[in-house]
Design a protein around this ligand. Structure first.
Ligand code: LLP
Length: 422
């Protein structure tokens, strides 16, 4: 399924580079990304929007490493940010502030001012109280803040409860029924200019249906808001398109958008500017995590394969019971017997597992690749157990580019101070 990450003979390659060679050179655990895979994922959206007014804003929470942001910035992407820190990263990577949209339920006044001064394209406001604070901050700077309101279309994306966000009972956005009233409120505030409407219904969505339903609900609202005399220049449809982790079959980005744009056309909104905020679907399957087998450990109930990557590097299995395929870097027959293992990390928690009941033919010293590790892995990595965060490498054809050095313990202790008097 991943043409940019494939075996050549018995060896797993990312583009033209052998992963074993990278593991030897840079050590493990090591994240490796294929630039061609990233650009190919982006191209599917670009094809989908050909001839339309559209802006793709990469949801950088999926992977916010500067080298990754640079690839998307150079390809013309804007960015969906959720903190002042993410804005600083965009600017450091050479991104265009005018193509930045700022989402999130808890923007601080300081972050609002930072974003206003940088000249971002739009604030996606998530509550009525936030409208008032943003207007005040903008007026204090003698500026006007461009805004969308994030509306909850209340459709069920049928994904994991932790990553479904468009339903009534979660903290995101405003209720569909309240939206018109809140738009009127926004339009009355001197420090704000309404420019769009926004939604985001969840993540790892593998079905077109919830998107089509959400589009209908959004267009109903656009009609109502414009009838009230408030112009909506753009429709931001959020992110959420899933990827293939384990025989998942999400629609291709261009196929999904063909359906959604047909709906827009049908309802007379075909000329409207579209914005989207994809994260996982742009980077998830472009990255792998290379890890070394430290020990195999037969147990009474099960066998364990203990690797040098852990839940601090790959938090999705422990957090969401997520599945990531785990494959050997070398498939040559080296006399190992195939056994069923739970693949676990060195962290002192039973929840530190990366894969369960996997058939593997491995011995200590062998390397494995954890697939689909481009999104929500490094960006969610932690230092638990004083483990340094992994190194990251970007592969472009036969070229290898170290984009993050392995974090040292010194790096980790840099901001800590000795207790006075011990
Ligand atoms: N826009 C907003 C407002 C979001 O909250 C998100 C993701 C996105 C866009 C991008 O969604 P994507 O295209 O990546 O699905 N850590 C979880 C996923 C959390 C998603 C949070 N919001 C995971 O590892 O599955």
């Amino acid at each position: 399924g991943q043409p940019f990450i494939a075996y050549q003979g018995h060896a797993l390659f990312v583009e033209e580079v052998s992963l074993q060679a990278l593991a030897t050179q840079y050590g493990t655990p090591l994240f490796v990304y294929s630039k061609a895979a990233m650009l190919s994922a982006l191209a599917a959206y670009q094809r989908g929007f050909e001839g339309r007014q559209a802006q793709i804003c990469y949801a950088m929470k999926a992977n916010s490493t500067l080298g990754v942001l640079q690839v998307f910035a150079n390809a013309g992407c804007g960015f969906d940010i959720v903190s002042g820190g993410e804005l600083e990263r965009v600017l450091a990577a050479g991104g265009d502030a005018r193509k930045v949209i700022f989402s999130g339920v808890g923007k601080t006044p300081a972050e609002m001012r930072q974003a206003l001064k940088a000249g971002i394209g739009c604030f996606n406001v998530e509550s009525e109280a936030e409208l008032d604070v943003l207007s005040e901050q903008a007026l204090g700077l003698h500026m006007v803040a461009p805004i969308s309101i994030r509306v909850n279309p209340n459709v069920d994306p049928k994904t994991h409860p932790y990553i479904s966000t468009g339903l009534k009972d979660n903290k995101f956005g405003v209720a569909h029924e309240d939206a018109l009233r809140i738009y009127r409120h926004a339009a009355s505030l001197k420090g704000l200019k309404v420019v769009g409407i926004d939604c985001h219904i969840g993540s790892q969505i593998t079905d077109s249906r919830p998107y089509l339903d959400a589009m209908d609900r959004m267009l109903d609202l656009v009609a109502a808001i414009e009838a009230a005399g408030i112009a909506i220049e753009h429709i931001d449809f959020g992110g959420g398109l899933g990827i293939n982790y384990n025989n998942d079959e999400p629609p291709a980005a261009d196929a999904l958008w063909a359906l959604l744009l047909a709906k827009l056309d049908e309802r007379g909104y075909g000329e409207r500017k579209i914005m989207i905020e994809p994260g996982r679907s742009l980077i998830g399957n472009a990255g792998v995590c290379v890890t070394e087998v430290l020990y195999t450990k037969p147990g009474e109930e099960k066998n364990f394969c203990i690797i040098d990557a852990a839940m601090n590097d790959l938090p999705r299995p422990s957090l969401y019971q997520a599945f990531h395929a785990i494959v050997p870097l070398n498939t040559a027959d080296r006399g190992r017997t195939t056994q069923t293992y739970d693949v676990v990390g060195p962290i002192c928690e039973s929840g530190d597992w990366i894969g369960r009941e996997r058939a593997l033919a491995v011995a200590p010293g062998d390397c494995l690749a954890v697939l689909s590790a481009g999104a929500y892995c490094m960006s969610m990595a932690s230092n638990y157990n004083t483990r340094g965060r992994a190194a990251e490498v970007l592969v472009d054809g036969g070229k290898v580019n170290l984009i993050r050095q392995r974090e040292s313990v010194k790096d980790q202790m840099r901001n800590e101070l000795q207790a006075l008097g011990g």
